[in-house]
Structures are given as C-alpha cells and as structure tokens.
Design a protein around this ligand. Structure first.
Ligand SMILES: *Cc1c(COP(=O)(O)O)cnc(C)c1O
Length: 217
C-alpha cells in the first residue's frame, strides 16, 4: 500500500468520526526497513517517522537529516535509562515512557540539557506481564508524577495485546487520558488505525502498511 492510500484511509476515518483530518498525525514506522524504502517516503514529502530502537535510529537518521529538512522523529520502543541522553538528542517525541525511573531520568537530563522531547506515557492496557507500561490502576499516579517532574506530557500510548479486540484497549486509554486532562492518544497500527481514529487517536504508528513487511533477522 502506498503512503497516499494510507492518507486517503486516514481522511475517511476522520470524516466518519466527525473529526478534522489534521487532528491525526501519521507516524511512519521505519524500523528495520531498508534505507531505499525510507528515502522513497521522504521523497513523497513525509517527515514524521517512528523508530523503536535508539541505536538503529542513531545509525540512519543523522544522514537522512543532512538530505531532508524538517524531519520529526518519534521513539516508540522501550527506552533504557542509559540510552536516555542519546534518545533526547535524536527524538522530538518519546512515546514509551513506561516507568517512573525513565521519567525521572528524562527529567534530570532535561534540566541539564535545557530541552526535553514531548512525552507520552505508556500504559499496559492489557496488563500483560511481558509488556512495557504501567498498569491502568497506576496510570493516574504516573501522570501526576510525570507532571510533578515538569515533563511535557502530551498524552498516553498503548500497544493492545495481539489476541484481543484492540478497540477495547483504545477506549480504555481514551478514558484514562480524558480523566487526566490529556489530549494526546498514541494508538493504532497498520491493522487497526481506523478504529483507533474512531476512538480518538491523535498519533497513529503505521509501519508495514506503508513500507511493506519487515524482513527480520
Ligand atoms: C512496529 C511498531 C508499530 C508499527 O507496526 P505495524 O503493524 O507495522 O504498523 C507501531 N507501534 C510500535 C510500538 C511498534 O513497535
């Protein structure tokens, strides 16, 4: 599927939900994709990209930035505290602040560096033991802590369990965000971004539908 087809589907999902088209940011998730495919999407004028590993992003985006202006990078994968500084230098938005220790580290570095990426807090809506993010019951306290640390919290992020209806998780995330006065919702991927938009997503993270299947290994 092409970038323009995805944009058409986003526009339709927005129209169906009675939302303005500009209310959804498309993050093109370029992890593991060959550079030619990424360059092709840059050539079509797209500038907002997502990566899930700091190291991988550091290996390719500085070069792309020499050739293309206005690139905005979003970190969507787990962040280890020892990579936080590098992440804050590279990314404009971090969606995967998933525990107090990471929030505290970012806050301390932000003081030192004098700038901070926009922040989304990751909520483990499916309460999966292997998955990152705070439990829904701890979400309000985590939002309060991040705000007390002066982090620029834009919203919440989730990755629904693979074997469950994603819209239940999108609705839960939207509810937690609303009661905390947060407008940003990072939810929806290639297979479910339309239902995420219907439930209020402001940032959708779409990889394979734009770039094709990822070749791992
Ligand atoms: C890889 C990834 C995506 C994109 O997944 P697709 O199914 O390829 O669209 C979205 N969000 C996160 C957190 C990811 O790691």
């Amino acid at each position: 599927m092409s970038l323009s087809e995805i944009k058409t589907r986003i526009a339709k999902a927005c129209a169906d939900a009675g939302r303005a088209e500009g209310s959804v940011t498309l993050i093109a998730v370029s992890k593991v994709q060959p550079n030619e495919r990424v360059a092709a999407v840059l050539e079509q004028g797209h500038r907002v990209f997502g990566e899930n590993r700091v190291q991988e992003a550091a290996g390719k985006w500085p070069d792309f930035r020499k050739s293309y202006d206005g690139i905005e990078l979003h970190l969507i994968g787990p962040l280890q505290t020892n990579k936080a500084r590098q992440a804050m230098e590279l990314f404009q938005v971090i969606h995967s602040v998933d525990r107090p220790k990471v929030a505290q580290t970012i806050a301390r570095l932000a003081q030192e560096m004098g700038h901070c990426p926009d922040i989304f807090l990751q909520i483990n809506t499916g309460e999966e033991p292997q998955k990152a993010g705070v439990m829904p019951a701890e979400a309000d306290a985590f939002v309060a802590e991040a705000r007390a640390l002066d982090l620029p919290v834009q919203g919440l992020m989730c990755i629904p369990p693979v074997d469950e209806e994603p819209s239940l998780h999108f609705a839960l995330l939207a509810k937690i965000a609303e009661r905390n006065g947060l407008s940003g919702l990072s939810m929806g991927m290639s297979g479910d971004f339309e239902s995420a938009i219907a439930l209020g997503a402001t940032h959708i993270r779409v990889g394979s539908a734009i770039f094709g299947e990822r070749a791992y290994g």
